[in-house]
Design a protein around this ligand. Sequence first.
Ligand code: HPA
Length: 279
Amino acid sequence: MFNATSRYHEAVQLIRSCTQHQPAIGLVLGSGLGGLANELKQADFIPYEDIPNCPRSTVHGHYGRLVIGTLEGQTVIAQQGRVHFYEGYDMQQVTFLVRVMGLLGVKVLILTNAAGGIDPNYKVGDLMLLNDHINLPGMAGHHPLIGPNDESLGERFVGMSQAYDYELRALAHQVAQANNLPLHEGVYAAVSGPSFETPAEVRFLRAIGANAVGMSTVHEVLVARHMRLRVMAISGITNVAIDQVDSDNDASHEEVLEAGALLVPRLTTLLRGVLQAIG
Ligand code: HPA
């Protein structure tokens, strides 16, 4: 039988041959948020195209390489750019590098994403710590854990009521407070994209309890939890989702990338602080 797990191991082998570092913490840096990976010390860089079986990022604003090095005393492996379902990859491909990170020995996964603000209190440039999610593609059958379950990776049925690690969230709030950085906490709704939401969809997402919306992250969280990694995830609010028709504005990828410039320094402060405090 075709063994999907061997595809991950081929990638692990290549990565081990390219670096002496043994990362314990994984970082996934979203749209326009990749800058932090450039701050890793003693860094090794591995383009996705050099990694066997690894899908390539096709979206402007995503670099498409692994950066492995040290930051705030931690050995870190960062995905500088991710791939998305809307690029035409399946959910196993979308989550490929999270599997690989887990098999490399990563214990904590920190994910970032660009998201639209659904909560009327959210402004462009705000940060939101995820404490839960609504996985709309997953509920409709696009779920990375569908298919034969490899028990060597994790168990068949994964509990999700503690997906976003309580202690890591507490740590993030401490760091935010110490640095005078406002930090919301809320629910992230995942959609497939690539179109942005209609105003009716925005009102629907608000009604079902979402505070922010985006096109990534939850699939990666599912795979990370399947492998029992501890997870923290942060949304950078890049635009306020439009909830009325005939508004003068429309969401755009340019707007998302522009807000990244505002978000990167805040996110960098928060993530450096969390890495320092994780111990
Ligand atoms: N919707 C979905 N994904 C997004 C958005 C949005 O408004 N902004 C950034 N990513």
